[in-house]
Ligand binder design. Sequence first.
Ligand SMILES: *Cc1c(COP(=O)(O)O)cnc(C)c1O
Length: 377
Amino acid sequence: MSSIFPTYARWDVTVQKAEGAILIDTNEKEYLDFTSGIGVCNLGHNHPVVHQKVKEQLDQVWHVSNLFHIPTQEQAAQMLTEHSCGDYVFFCNSGAEGNEGAIKLARKYTGKWKIISFKQSFHGRTFGSMSATGQEKIHEGYGPLLPQFEYAVFNDIGSVKSLIDDKVAAVMIEVIQGEGGVHPADPQFMAELQQLCIDHDLLLIVDEVQTGIGRTGKAFAYEHYNLSPDIIVSAKGLGNGFPIGAVIGKEKLKEAFGPGSHGSTYGGNPLATAAACAVMSQVFQPEFLQEVELKGNYFKKLLNEKLTSSNFVKEIKGKGLMIGIECDGEVGTLITKMREKGFLALSAGPTVIRLLPPLTVTNEQLEQAATVLAEVL
Ligand SMILES: *Cc1c(COP(=O)(O)O)cnc(C)c1O
């Protein structure tokens, strides 16, 4: 009997130990983990550099409020702005909270309320981020949403244009829709969207909660599209399992987030930002990012070779180590079958198998994964 609200359909697995891409459950069964805590443990479980940095911080000071200067927070902000087109950072504790901050910042800066997001998007579970999310199943039963969110069709520039009027503050987008099915944006569409934002003076908010921190072979996935977003939201991979989120914004937005305008008790806490600094010191190295790209290409090639004979597989998509296998039917029972064989994968919607291995995965582990996928599919 559990005393926890049944909001999650849990797997019948309890992890007792984790290292790299390997999980060991309480029955000593070993799993190859291609979920990484849903795109969180990008450096693998129990990464020594993150472990060491958090331990050092734990011995010094765990928490002080944002009434104090916090050196690891300054350092983490500097690393984020050095590796993005943003200039200032607000720290929070999750992806939803990051998007919430982005929505507030966009409304405050522009003095307008309306935000265009996309069908099949996912931005989180708080009222603002849920309202930005273009999926009815996420809204169900919660009554009126935050007003002034309108959903355009992903990769359809005409549908964005048709929603623009003089009340729009911003466009909010995932450059690769994650939860919605691993859908990458078209380069042409993204270029037109960027231009549209410039022409109509709209802020471009990129939700990089899942795609950021090296996942696609770049520090942030918007770099694949040569964009210059006004606001970037990061979370998941940023702490490698330590809860943290970040709103990264351009210089012009500074005044809108002045003293007292926004806040979070835990946001940018010493332990969380120590973890983030350790993560970025590894992931943002050019050689590391290049490796991710190479491994992603190798994995896609393996999957294309091994899965072409399956009529059930329609398309293999994604970038770097964020990969979706679009199938011709429901994938739930297949994912259970893989788990029984010791391989952990996710779904993204009913018909897509989503693979988010740690970025430190070895070629041998990619080969093992491709073999299990071929067997089950
Ligand atoms: C997971 C996710 C979120 C929500 O993050 P939480 O930390 O669960 O609040 C928001 N946006 C995207 C793109 C995500 O993948």
